[in-house]
Design a protein around this ligand. Structure first.
Ligand code: HEM
Length: 557
């Protein structure tokens, strides 16, 4: 067969094509193998089974591994997990290649039942939108002043509780820890109140708007605007067709014998209404149902705030600055607003509460630090004799707080050793190589470890495990922040904690009031203090302390 005949024969051409493609596959796969062989991976330190076995002391276990390997792999059935304590790798995943490491579907599926589509669970545009809106809210002077006022008020309240315990010389119990929790719970109630109020804003379309316009005409726009946030388009706010429709429906319900008989058995109006309408027993009279009590209080507050609108000519301005941007964005999706709010509650609630508890634990272990903070607080507030807790708390203005460098350092040192978020996992979106030269694959979990990092000698020196606030101060006693990729308690990069300043303000006000007025000791110095393994680093079983009035402060109003 001549070459001409060979190339014009379809069978020989097909055979040739087959041989060429087989060769190509062989060459490619050899190259791929070579590449794979060239890839370097982090050392395997264990499996998820090992993490499970060490669950109760998980952070100790992971700290040991980080000390040994800096970055290591944990094998799991479905995906590799890579944990790093290496600041260069941390900077890379949190900042340099930020786009490639996010919450991902894995985190989203785990968290979404609790946190929905809030800032903690989403990536990309949805995250950016919430980040932008929240950053704006957090940077307002109004939020700063408003929150400081609440912190000071509640810190004074806490001082009264502690004073009572100190006077009666009984165990101050878990006052510190619980109060922090309760305080945030208050905020939660406020937020809930606001959210339930505002979530009454229904998705609007032109038809419903028209009905609304018509039905409010005779009540007067004035009343409607004042009442609609609390009462929406209910029977109290509307007229015309909308009122008639609700009136007819309710009259029918009210006239049924069943309703009459059922409601007769209840002897308290408020409660009965709830039971009748929704099947929920509020027990607002005896207060046995905590949720019911809180709901009733929140409802009363809403009612009072609504009435205030009739006399407060600034109510529209106030409304427009509270959550207004969030409301605009979520107008058609009340669930989204709920998610956003819930994420903020989760973000701010346990983080500061647990940190204050660890802080008190630390200053009990280090009485000299406790004394130094107390001195600093008195100096910064110019208060030699504290005679009134409320007055003292009120003296904790921005300037005074800004001068408390040692307190700032002690709180930061607490967070270095006991970070509220001890480990934080991202998902790798596409194959990548970390700065240490090791590869990570698409879908791998890549986590940084604030708890382990806070204890690494290669980051903090030989005294890494010691509580030493001085490490944060220069020779003039001025606080010097650390590289955020080494001190990762607040995360770092574009997704750094939004509430960092807010949290410091809150923690400094509470600590200043507590240590300015009282001396603390653990109730049982021999009891081992350990964390409980959960998302936030809680003290297992809480912290029991005793409080004494500081020199000269005995009975205080
Ligand atoms: C000691 C106190 C706090 C610590 C240690 C802390 C720590 C953190 C950490 C580690 C993250 C990153 C979580 C993640 O993306 O997986 C974070 C995010 C966040 N924190 Fe904080 N936090 C504290 C207090 C607060 C407070 C009081 C607020 C608000 C009132 C707050 C609001 C937020 C928000 C909104 C985010 C999400 C930021 C984003 O994804 O862009 N935090 N915080």
């Amino acid at each position: 067969m001549t070459s001409m005949e060979f190339f014009s024969n379809p069978i020989s051409l097909a055979v040739l094509a087959l041989i060429v493609s087989l060769l190509a596959v062989q060459i490619l796969s050899r190259k791929l193998n070579q590449n794979q062989r060239k890839k370097k991976y982090h050392p395997v330190a264990g499996t998820t089974f090992h993490l499970l076995l060490n669950f109760n002391r998980l952070h100790h276990y992971m700290t040991d591994l980080a000390g040994k390997y800096k970055t290591y792999r944990i094998l799991s059935l479905f995906r590799n997990e890579i944990y790093t304590a290496d600041p260069a790798n941390v900077e890379y995943i949190l900042k340099t290649n930020f786009e490639n490491y996010g919450k991902g579907r894995h985190n989203y599926m785990i968290l979404k039942d609790l946190l929905g589509d809030g800032i903690f669970t989403v990536d990309g545009d949805k995250w950016l939108q919430q980040r932008k809106l929240s950053s704006h809210e957090f940077s307002t002077r109004m939020l700063r002043d408003f929150s400081s006022e609440i912190f000071r008020k509640n810190a004074a309240k806490l001082a009264h509780i502690l004073s009572e315990a100190a006077t009666s010389d009984r165990n101050a119990g878990r006052v510190v820890y619980d109060f922090a929790g309760k305080y945030t719970y208050r905020i939660k109630m406020r937020t809930r109140q606001t959210s339930s109020t505002y979530s009454k804003q229904r998705p609007s379309n032109s038809a419903t708007d028209q009905v609304r316009e018509n039905s409010v005409r005779s009540t007067g726009r004035h009343n409607y605007m004042i009442l609609k946030d609390l009462l929406g388009d209910g029977i109290f706010t509307v007229d015309g067709d909308k009122w008639l429709q609700q009136r007819k429906l309710s009259s029918h319900e009210f006239s049924t014998r069943m309703l009459r008989d059922f409601s007769r058995s209840s002897d308290e109006i408020n409660d009965s209404l709830f039971q009748v309408a929704f099947g929920i027993e509020l027990d607002s009279m005896c207060g046995s149902n905590e949720e019911g009590k809180n709901f009733s209080n929140a409802f009363d507050d809403s009612s009072s705030v609504t009435l205030l609108r009739y006399v407060d000519i600034f109510w529209r301005i106030k409304k427009s600055i509270i959550l207004s941007r969030f409301l605009q964005v979520t107008e058609n999706d009340p669930t989204y607003l709920r998610d956003i709010i819930l994420n903020f509650i989760i973000a701010g609630k346990d983080t500061t509460a647990t940190t204050i508890a660890w802080f008190i634990y630390m200053v009990c272990k280090h009485p000299a630090v406790q004394e130094k903070i107390s001195e600093e607080v008195k100096e910064a507030t110019n208060m030699k004799d504290i005679t009134n807790y409320t007055e003292f708390a009120a003296s904790l203005n921005e300037e005074a707080l800004g001068n408390m460098h040692y307190l700032h350092a002690a709180i930061t040192e607490t967070l270095r050793l006991y970070p509220a978020v001890p480990v934080d996992a991202k998902i790798c979106f596409s194959d990548d190589t970390l700065p240490d030269g090791c590869s990570v694959n698409k879908g791998d979990v890549v986590g940084y470890q604030p708890y382990a990092m806070g204890r690494m000698k290669f980051i903090w020196g030989d005294d890494a495990e010691e509580f030493r606030p001085e490490r944060w101060l220069d020779q003039d006693g001025i606080f010097i922040p650390e590289n955020p990729f080494k001190f990762t308690a607040f995360q770092a990069g574009p997704r750094i904690c939004l509430g960092k300043e807010f949290a410091y303000r809150e923690m400094k006000i509470f600590s200043a009031v507590m240590l300015g007025c009282f001396q603390f000791k653990r109730s049982d110095e021999n009891r081992t203090v350990h964390y409980r393994t959960m998302i936030n680093l809680h003290i297992d079983g809480g912290l029991e302390v005793r409080a004494w009035h500081r020199d000269g402060i005995k009975s205080i109003i």
